[in-house]
Design a protein around this ligand. Structure first.
Ligand code: PMP
Length: 357
């Protein structure tokens, strides 16, 4: 008799819930921090021709040399720093966690934050320790430093801006964490395109600092490309747990071409930032609702009976994300991605209808 999953699958994996991706067919999709804009037709034409010529019978360039050179320039990576590429930044989080997961290793994260920091720690058998943010979503530096002292984490993950709260933590406090941490500190700048600050230029100052970016939120979620920048000595080791050919040929071609014409995506990001102002103002004008300022392409807000509001929006064809129940600080919180002006208006209209119902 073969054994059942219960006897074979690790307990900590059975205890997990798979990363939820709801069906969004036919909905106004404002749940996943995607850029809502398609590429202009002439850019699509150029990509089509490049893909047509691609030698997909061959494995991709394993080190993605040309793409890395283009990224180094586009991301303004300081001289002397190296890059490691991932199939999305999710995969980079996994590489860091895998490579550092010695027996008993601890991963430290702030709570609430991006759920994959915690989930991936479970995948690799590391012990995840979460430090709650203050009620205003700022860093609890005293607690974070105390936990670093106590648990000596092999890796610390900090999202900057933070998901799902949308704020940038105080950079000076993050510096203190970097200085106190015995292991790696990964600053996850997934929402950098919408924020004014970065740790990229500080890389040469801190030997244990890594800065992570992704092209997903900028408008290329479909090609899955994440970038980790940092010192060569660290990245050389992390590279050993990277699966061969993790960045496929089409991704390499499309990303290279898009970096050559990066203006299109940054213009779209600027349009999203303008709409972020409008959506935030509208939400802040809504009675009995608290909307939090955001440095990202989404807005977190708190309302009464959030689950009911989420369902009401869904019935009206608008899909956002409910965070109610995921953390004490997120009670009755919902998160909406900033979309096109029309999508945002559809969301605001549906929200007002739901609240009036
Ligand atoms: N980091 C943060 C903070 C995120 O919010 C996300 C996506 N939700 C990611 C990383 C993962 O992005 P990707 O794998 O698409 O690069």
């Amino acid at each position: 008799m073969p054994k059942s999953p219960k006897e074979i699958i690790r307990e900590e994996i059975r205890a997990l819930k798979a990363y939820p991706v709801p069906d969004s067919t036919g909905m106004v999709k404002l749940d996943a921090m995607e850029n809502p804009y398609r590429l202009p037709p002439q850019v699509r034409g150029r990509l089509a021709r490049l893909v047509e010529d691609a030698a997909v019978n061959r494995y991709p360039d394993p080190t993605a040399v040309e793409l890395k050179a283009a990224l180094r320039q586009a991301l303004e990576v300081p001289a002397g720093m190296d890059l490691l590429l991932g199939n999305g930044s999710d995969e980079l989080i996994q590489m860091v966690a895998l490579a550092t997961a010695r027996p008993g290793a601890v991963v430290l994260g702030m709570e609430p934050s991006f759920v994959m920091f915690k989930m991936i720690s479970a995948f690799v058998g590391a012990r995840y320790v979460g430090v709650d943010l203050h009620d205003d979503f700022s860093l609890d530096i005293d607690r974070a430093l105390a936990v670093i002292e106590r648990d000596r984490p092999a890796a610390v993950f900090i999202a900057f801006p933070n998901n799902p709260t949308g704020n940038l933590f105080d950079a000076g406090l993050i510096e203190r964490i970097i200085e106190a941490a015995p292991g790696l500190v990964v600053i996850d700048e997934a929402y950098h395109a919408f924020a004014g600050e970065s740790f990229m230029e500080r890389l040469p100052l801190h030997p244990n600092l890594l800065v992570m970016r992704t092209l997903s939120k900028l408008g290329l979620a479909g090609i899955r490309l994440g970038v980790l920048a940092g010192g060569a000595a660290w990245l050389k080791e992390l590279d050993k747990v990277r699966l061969p050919y993790n960045i496929n040929t089409i991704t390499q071609i499309v990303a290279r071409e898009m970096l050559r014409h990066g203006g299109v995506l940054t213009e779209q990001a600027e349009a999203i930032k303008l709409e972020r102002v409008r959506v935030l103002q509208e939400l802040q004008r809504t009675p009995r609702l608290t909307a939090y300022p955001s440095e990202a392409n989404f807005i977190l807000f708190r309302t009464r009976k959030a689950e009911r509001v989420f369902d009401g929006l869904k019935q009206r064809g608008v899909l956002i994300k409910s965070l109610h129940g995921s953390h004490r600080l997120l009670a009755d919180c919902l998160r909406v991605t900033v979309g096109t002006p029309d999508e945002n208006t559809a969301f605001l209209t549906a929200l007002n209808q739901t609240l009036a119902a």
